[in-house]
Design a protein around this ligand. Structure first.
Ligand SMILES: [Zn+2]
Length: 555
């Protein structure tokens, strides 16, 4: 009898392949791995059906979940395939512990009990050190943290400050390290897809909204949207285990400067890596930033042009060269546009989201000069919010690039949610308000196009005008902010439908850090995917140009 396991697995790390081979070796059965693009197959053959069942059970224990795993299946087939697949001889990527190594390190009867240097051909950071039991060091440091001290901890990929999450965090940029998934479920509104991703072997950061229980238990903390992760090396894992026995399941972790009273340096990392951060919807997991555990990408000249480079990296990662592909670039930092690629004509910019203003006064003048309704709107706005209007008119911009995110920044200022002249900071406030909205639908905000010299642009003034009208009608901040984000996704969706009809495109590649907005990403993957085949970066962060180091060459 032959059993076929199939995985849609978008990773070049070889974690699954190596664990399959290792597990198969423990059984006396014939096995074979076949890889076909993103499809990974394992075949095992035996006369003894009990043995096959035992193998399947063992494999499910050994194989960790991965953020790169999309679907898996198992079925009985007639024949072993002919192909022969040889595992490429590439370097191990720096990733957290596999289930087998974890089992050894937490097993009191095992020689590797509390040995932080335990690793295998699949997992670990390839850092040398004395193999011994380090329990005492962890017990002592955990006590210090419980007493309220800040500790500088050397992990396998960098140095961090950690401590009890309390009011000292309000002055720094911090993340939360959690003992287990249960604590994250208890303190945030994480969805089941998010919980599954957090538990994956890559142990990514996810930005989550904290709930009322969190506000009650950590009343001194001011942040609502915080990045959470599980320990992603043995130093952090064993530290959290010791803290757990003292009743502490969450601590802060930061790279920021904060005076530490103790240090824990059991390991000297060789290469510093930035942990990865993901955004998760029901349908997809994508990488926002970081490089730890990711494959290496050789940069070419075109990769260095932010929006085109990101678009091209998706085409490369999914081998879409023979298709006609729409590229939607929605970076928070760089130029935003919609591109179309085909082998026939190369890349064209179909629609630009570029605009420019020097100040808030400039924005208001432009609206006044558009038409009579615009002039009347500004007069009404000025009369109703005279002090606010005067204050913000003095705001001058200092931006290199204007894009959708910066437009949201201007909107946040117009609506009096922010007075930050740094438009990214203002936009962040609008994003936070949108994510605190618990309703189903916000007001419909206009995103309209205009033609300038036979090119198509988004008209930012129309969007600003609608939000001003809603403000005059006293629509509340949360639903208005949500409407700004929601209506933008609907605008993109309509554009994609039109382009598909006009240019007969087959696929859509979406890139850029704005995908990190959880509502936007969820809505895109749920609604736009009904009419379009959506593609995102597989093993690269969404802005595409993050230089990777270490690991394996991707293309
Ligand atoms: Zn391992």
């Amino acid at each position: 009898m032959i059993l076929e396991f199939s995985f849609n697995y978008l990773s070049s790390s070889l974690i699954y392949e190596k664990i399959m081979l290792r597990t198969a070796k423990l059984f006396s059965l014939e096995s074979k791995i076949v890889k076909n693009g993103d499809e990974l197959f394992l075949y095992v053959e035996s006369e003894d059906s009990d043995e096959l069942e035992n193998f399947a059970n063992k494999l499910s224990l050994e194989l960790p979940h991965s953020i790169f795993l999309h679907t898996m299946d198992a079925k009985i087939v007639e024949d072993m395939p002919e192909e022969i697949y040889v595992l490429p001889n590439t370097a191990k990527l720096p990733i957290p512990f596999c289930p087998q190594c974890l089992q050894e390190v937490i097993d009191e009867s095992n020689e590797n009990y509390y040995n932080i240097f335990q690793e295998c051909e699949v997992c670990g950071y390839s850092v040398e050190g004395e193999r011994k039991n380090y329990k005492e060091s962890f017990t002592n440091i955990a006590k210090s943290i419980a007493e309220g001290l800040v500790v500088e901890v050397g992990t396998f990929y960098g140095t961090y400050n950690v401590g009890k999450a309390d009011k000292k965090c309000n002055d720094i940029d911090f993340d939360i390290l959690s003992y287990d998934l249960f604590s994250i479920e208890k303190y945030t509104n994480a969805t089941s897809s998010e919980i599954i991703a957090l538990g994956a072997i890559e142990k990514p950061f996810l930005r989550l909204k904290t709930n009322l229980t969190f506000k009650k238990d950590f009343e001194d903390l001011q942040s609502e949207l915080i990045r959470f992760k599980l320990p992603d090396d043995f130093v952090l894992h064993l530290l959290m285990s010791e803290l757990h026995t003292l009743g502490i399941d969450l601590i802060f972790i930061t790279k920021d400067k904060i005076a530490s009273q103790e240090t824990l340096t059991l390991v000297k990392f060789e290469k510093e890596f930035e942990p990865i951060e993901c955004v998760v919807s029901e349908e997809q997991v994508i990488l926002l930033k970081g490089n730890k555990g990711l494959a290496y990408k050789k940069l070419s000249n075109e990769d260095l042009i932010p929006h085109i480079g990101a678009f091209f990296s998706v085409i490369k990662e999914h081998s879409l060269f023979d298709k006609t592909v729409i590229g939607v670039n929605i970076s928070k930092e760089y130029h935003n546009d919609i591109l179309v690629y085909s082998k026939k004509f190369g890349i064209i910019e179909y629609l630009s989201l570029k605009f420019e203003f020097t100040s808030m006064q400039d924005v208001f003048d432009a609206i006044i000069n558009t038409d009579q309704t615009g002039a009347k709107l500004i007069t009404n706005y000025k009369n109703k919010f005279s002090e606010h209007f005067e204050n913000i008119s003095a705001i001058k911009f200092d931006e290199q690039v204007f894009n959708i995110y910066k437009l949201w920044g201007i909107i946040a200022i117009v609506l009096d949610y922010s007075k930050h002249k740094d438009l990214s900071k203002s936009a962040q406030i609008l994003e936070n308000s949108a994510s605190s909205f618990s309703g189903l639908k916000g007001p419909l905000i206009d995103y309209k196009l205009k033609n300038v010299d036979s090119k198509v642009y988004l008209d930012p003034l129309m969007t600003i005008r609608t939000v001003m009208s809603f403000r005059l009608a006293e629509v509340d901040q949360l639903s208005l902010s949500y409407g700004v984000v929601e209506s933008f996704v609907e605008f993109i969706s309509t554009q994609l439908d039109e382009i598909k009809q006009e240019m007969k495109t087959d696929a859509v590649a979406i890139t850029g850090s704005l995908l990190g907005n959880r509502h936007l990403f969820s809505k895109l993957t749920k609604e736009v995917s009904v009419n379009h085949d959506l593609y995102f970066n597989k093993e690269l962060p969404v802005d595409g140009i993050n230089i990777q180091y270490g690991g394996n060459e991707l293309f």
